[in-house]
Design a protein around this ligand. Structure first.
Ligand code: PEP
Ligand code: MN
Length: 343
């Protein structure tokens, strides 16, 4: 069951609802959103039958949700969620480009990548300071130094930052610098990490696991939501397939399908799906056409010498092609480019 509080509900109203749920043997999880508070209620069928919060002060609606993920389900949820990252919207009305270097390497490289991203119409900068590498011998990222550099670049270039957190022990430090925390594919089911980022209250980008079903992905989002944070953006980044020519297979169906299952925004990452730059723009176009709320791509000023994922990084004419796609296609689908809103 989900209890939606009216925008005017007071803290005392919320406490009363939580106490009412507890008195009937249920458990309440309070998620405070920007515009309203939602209380997820779990308990056995018998317990849920006895809870009647509809007449309590400040309650706007109560709803039974049949999906196993309660707070992120689209069921009985008339409005799609817009997540704001440092003022930049990701949601149904806009289209948001997120771009930047896969890894923060040097100050010069990060500044240049951020400027390239901005020129292409990006309103958020992505960059990794902690990198989840398949090989323990590969570059692991610059850690806290990388976070400081990202924050410097944000302030100079004016793009809020999205960066990955790999480990529970780093959540506080990453949250101190980042505007949005990224949970990578390999950590999609690291439940303790999901709960920890949920508690920070910072927007979270949750990438789909390499072999995760839609339900597993949404249950992972539920872990974040259940800790009081509904500012979650889902990112489809390709799933494992039998085809060796591409790194992963972008699941375009995930965009309309997951948008029908959940009210959360869905974006795509064609760079990590393809693993090669010549496919990034065509896949971005496909994602936009399927209704994605945004696209996240790797850019690098010198892809040939990138320390991580250079083969998929855009620069020059391919980045210019991407810029055309992200400014011309979304308006055909009734969306405003977030870049236009940002001026
Ligand atoms: C990344 O975005 O840099 C990354 C490591 O992606 P994924 O978790 O999708 O592999
Ligand atoms: Mn990468």
């Amino acid at each position: 069951m989900v209890i939606v509080m009216a925008p005017s509900a007071s803290a005392a109203d919320i406490d009363t609802v939580v106490a009412h749920v507890a008195a009937h043997g249920g458990e309440a999880f309070v998620s405070r959103g920007v515009t309203r508070t939602i209380i997820g209620v779990v308990g056995s069928e018998d317990v849920l039958e006895t809870i009647d919060a509809s007449r309590l002060s400040g309650v706007a609606e109560t709803m039974r949700i049949t999906a196993p993920y309660k707070l992120v389900s689209a069921e009985n949820h008339s409005q799609r969620t817009t997540v704001r990252v440092g003022g930049v919207p990701i949601g149904p009305e806009t289209f948001t480009l997120i771009a930047g270097p896969c890894a923060v390497e040097t100050a010069e490289q990060t500044f240049e990548a951020a400027r390239m991203a901005k020129r292409a119409g990006a309103t958020l900068l992505r960059g990794g300071a902690y990198k989840p590498r398949t090989s323990p011998y590969a570059f692991q990222g610059r850690g806290e130094d990388g976070l400081k550099l990202l924050a410097e670049v944000r302030d100079a270039v004016g793009l809020p930052i999205v960066t990955e957190v790999l480990d529970n022990r780093d959540v506080d430090i990453v949250a101190e610098y980042a505007d949005m925390l990224q949970i990578g594919t390999r950590n999609m089911q690291n439940f303790a990490l999901l709960q920890a980022v949920g508690r920070t209250g910072k927007p979270v980008m949750l990438k789909r696991g390499l072999m995760a079903t839609y339900e597993e992905w949404l249950m992972a989002a539920e872990y974040i939501a259940q800790r009081g944070n509904l500012d979650i953006v889902l990112c489809e980044r390709g799933i494992r397939s039998y085809e060796p020519a591409i790194r992963n297979m972008l699941d375009v169906s995930a965009v309309p399908m997951v948008k029908s299952l959940s009210h959360l925004p869905v974006i795509i990452d064609p760079s990590h799906a393809a693993g090669r730059r010549d496919l990034v723009v065509p896949l971005a176009r496909a994602g936009i056409a399927a209704g994605a709320d945004g696209v996240m791509v790797d850019v690098h000023p010198h892809p040939e010498s990138a320390l991580v994922d250079g083969a998929q990084a855009l620069s020059g004419s391919l980045l210019a092609e991407l810029a055309v796609a992200v400014t011309t296609l979304p308006p055909l689908l009734g969306r405003t480019s977030a870049a236009h809103l940002a001026g």
